[in-house]
Design a protein around this ligand. Structure first.
Ligand SMILES: NC(=O)c1ccc[n+]([C@@H]2O[C@H](COP(=O)([O-])OP(=O)(O)OC[C@H]3O[C@@H](n4cnc5c(N)ncnc54)[C@H](OP(=O)(O)O)[C@@H]3O)[C@@H](O)[C@H]2O)c1
Length: 270
């Protein structure tokens, strides 16, 4: 009952890491609002989350919105507030990733990835902020990536959007702290979700070999780390040893990692 009566809004809550986190919070007594585009997936997730409620007063609602569209985001957050009440927790998990060779990726992929991953998160934060400010409390959890700590071969459209979230979290943290609002940023490792499955279809071989050096997590285990981080009010949430080291030491580690990754790429190119 750690999140009893709290209202958590989870963008991307219909799938993967977002859905797993929403489920854990529901099991701890929270009201849940999930936001994503596809209505069928939303309804399916809503049903699954509802089954995990621990008391009949708990509400679960599903809202269809494209986070890349500011007006839709504002309408969804207003509706969540109207139906359940002021949000206590925001998790921005909605995101996309299209790996590929830089010269071969259409420019629209770069634009769309920034619109959804970065601006989608920014619009949602701005939309919940007035409610949290009024309550003088709240927690905002942005989902970045290991690719938001070091640039990775094949992720030229994706990595910069996740670096941008790191910049946003770091600069926003101090501004919101005096208002009683805690900002956190999550750096998930490769996680077994529909997104990763989709990525694997277009991933360059070099990216596959580089990613293959790291362990793949389950969405449930990543969600557990996120919820633990929320409880502890951690700023950086980096699941596992690899992500923890990367989060703390990325500037020191990147020359070594780049040397290692370049060797993998050279081997493939031979
Ligand atoms: N899986 C990994 O290996 C991994 C690693 C590091 C970081 N991450 C990050 O973790 C987050 C969740 O990823 P995941 O792997 O759980 O992906 P996922 O299973 O594909 O879930 C993505 C969620 O985002 C929603 N979404 C996508 N575009 C949206 C849009 N424009 N508007 C509203 N909702 C949108 C999707 O629903 P609709 O498509 O119906 O809108 C879905 O609910 C992402 O930000 C991702 O970049 C993932």
């Amino acid at each position: 009952m750690k999140f009893h009566r709290q209202h958590a809004i989870v963008t991307g809550g219909s799938s993967g890491i977002g859905q797993a986190t929403a489920k854990l919070l529901a099991r701890e007594g929270a009201h849940i609002s999930i936001v994503a585009r596809d209505r069928a997936k939303l309804e399916q997730a809503k049903t699954e989350i509802e089954k995990l409620r621990i008391n009949p007063q708990q509400r679960v609602i599903a809202l269809s919105a494209d986070v890349g569209d500011r007006v839709q985001v504002e309408a969804a957050i207003a509706s969540a507030n109207e139906q359940i009440g002021s949000p206590n927790i925001l998790i921005t998990s909605a995101g996309i990733a299209y790996p590929g060779y830089f010269q071969q990726l259409p420019i629209e992929i770069f634009e769309q990835t920034m619109a959804i991953n970065y601006f989608g998160s920014l619009y949602t934060v701005r939309a919940v902020l007035p409610f949290m400010e009024q309550q003088q409390r709240g927690q905002i959890i942005l989902i970045s990536s290991g690719a938001g700590l070091i640039g990775i071969y094949g992720y030229t459209a994706y990595s910069p959007t996740k670096f941008a979230l790191k910049g946003l979290a770091e600069s926003l943290r101090g501004e919101l702290k005096p208002l009683g609002i805690q900002v956190s940023i999550v750096y998930p490792p490769d996680t077994n979700t529909p997104q990763l499955e989709q990525e694997n279809k277009t991933k360059p071989l070099e990216t596959k070999m580089i990613a293959g050096t790291a362990q793949t997590w389950s969405a449930e285990n990543v969600a557990r780390e996120i919820v633990r981080g929320i409880e502890k009010k951690s700023f950086a949430i980096a699941p596992g040893l690899e992500m923890s080291l990367l989060e703390k030491l990325h500037s020191l580690l990147s020359p070594v990692l780049n040397w290692y990754f370049d060797r993998i790429v050279a081997k493939i190119r031979q």
